[in-house]
Design a protein around this ligand. Structure first.
Ligand SMILES: [Zn+2]
Length: 431
């Protein structure tokens, strides 16, 4: 243990040093590229440009690269415990799939650790935490993590668009919003974090992350609209999370404090805006921010690099947006097992359910290529029959589907200003 480690200074010469510490299962896994180091240095500069102040004396990314620990991030004031697969730095696809891990956790030093919901700030473990404001704690952090990745150059502008498209598409396709408001995913977080994939499209996942991102993007567009483009959500973050440099400390907030801070940037019925999106049942997630900033969710018959990176990283084949099915593609976890189906879409209507195993496609033993070829051919009217195994029973499911392959992208709305591209422009000087 500890045989392969490396530390990299991310803001040399600064009195509040930020350091990336890597610990890997091999020396080869530590081979950082100069552009990766530059991206993380840019992250530190971009966060400083946005917030204007830091609430740590020093900050340490504790980045573990191993296939033998759980993959996740855990935020602290002055550090984060960041865990990825062993080859997450050196494999371009794995790096792309999880590039927002460090940008997200670093944002938590401000949003989550310095500013924290009052009812999540309990004096000891005997008091219950109330997590109804996680759409701020995690939702705004999700927004910041993706935004900082783009401003820091860790995402290209196209990859930023793809990230927004993929999150918007999932939320707009899954059906749980019909019965469960966003706030309930926050209140239920402790159960939803550990819930299995089966049934997720109807149960909802920890949607306060990605739906929070869309909500805060819409808040950004609303601030721009109310101020004639003079202010943005950056101004809210600077006011809410900035202030004076300090060591680690906690300043708590309530829903009313968030509303007041937004009103301080741009007067508006923010309480109504937030309650409509957080507490009410709605058919669609908040997509208006993407559209106000000049883009919209669109569909193509090919997937983006980021989409395929997410599939590889999750060891899945994700056909949610065509036949409404997600398939496990991991040898160790039972390759071919149906992880989830979208209620009302072709696979579910044909009688396919999570837990069944895919055996054959149109009479031929299934593989990724066989499945994609057959799906593509449906656009020309070819049939799609999936032979599935349900415990000891086999059945052939005929899918009523003619749509071919279908994947999410963002496309420009003609004639509308491209605010999204302005949003991701670097803010830090000297670059
Ligand atoms: Zn988080």
């Amino acid at each position: 243990m500890g045989a392969f480690t490396k530390s990299v200074a991310l803001n040399p010469g600064d009195g509040r040093p930020v350091t990336l510490h890597l610990a890997a299962d091999s020396r080869a896994a530590l081979e950082l590229k100069p552009e990766q180091i530059q991206g993380w240095r840019n992250l530190v500069a971009e966060a400083r440009a946005m917030f204007g102040a830091r609430h740590y004396l020093s900050y340490h990314f504790l980045y573990t690269l191993s296939d033998h620990v759980a993959s996740f991030g855990l935020e602290h004031h002055e550090s984060s415990d960041d865990r990825d697969p062993e080859r997450a730095i050196v494999d371009p696809e794995l790096f792309l799939a999880d590039v927002t891990l460090l940008t997200h956790e670093y944002s938590h030093s401000w949003n989550g650790k310095y500013r924290r919901p009052a009812d999540l700030t309990t004096p000891d473990f005997q008091q219950p935490m109330k997590d109804d404001l996680l759409w701020v704690y995690e939702g705004l952090t999700q927004y910041l993590g993706v935004l900082f990745a783009a401003r820091a150059g860790l995402y290209t502008p196209e990859q930023f668009h793809d990230a927004v498209a993929i999150k918007a598409a999932r939320l707009d396709t899954e059906r749980g919003r019909a019965w469960r408001p966003l706030v309930d995913t926050a209140t239920e977080a402790q159960l939803l974090y550990e819930a299995p994939a089966a049934g997720e499209a109807w149960r909802r996942a920890v949607d306060f992350y990605d739906e929070g991102l869309l909500l805060w993007l819409e808040a950004d567009s609303k601030i721009r609209e109310r101020t004639g483009g003079r202010k943005s959500l950056d101004d809210f973050c600077r006011a809410f999370h900035g202030g004076a440099d300090s060591g680690p400390r906690v300043v708590t907030y309530t829903f009313e404090d968030v509303v007041a801070a937004l009103n301080g940037v741009a007067p508006f019925d923010w309480a109504g805006f937030l309650r409509d999106r957080v507490e009410k049942l709605t058919v669609h997630p908040p997509l208006a921010g993407i559209e106000a900033e000049g883009w919209r969710l669109a569909w193509r018959d090919s997937s983006s690099d980021l989409y395929r990176a997410f599939e590889t990283s999750a060891k899945q084949i994700n056909l949610k947006y065509s036949i409404g099915l997600v398939l496990n593609h991991n040898e160790e976890r039972g390759r071919g097992t149906i992880e989830d189906v979208i209620p009302g879409m072709a696979a579910a209507k044909a009688g396919i359910a999570p837990g069944m195993k895919l055996v054959a496609v149109n009479g031929r033993a299934w593989s990724k290529d066989v499945l994609h070829d057959a799906l593509r051919a449906t656009a020309q009217g070819a049939p799609l029959e999936l032979l599935v195994q349900n415990a000891g029973y086999f059945k052939t499911c005929k899918l009523d589907y003619r749509g071919g392959e279908r994947y999410p992208w963002l496309e420009r709305i003609p004639g509308r200003p491209d605010v999204l591209s302005e949003l991701i422009q670097p803010r830090a000087g000297g670059r």
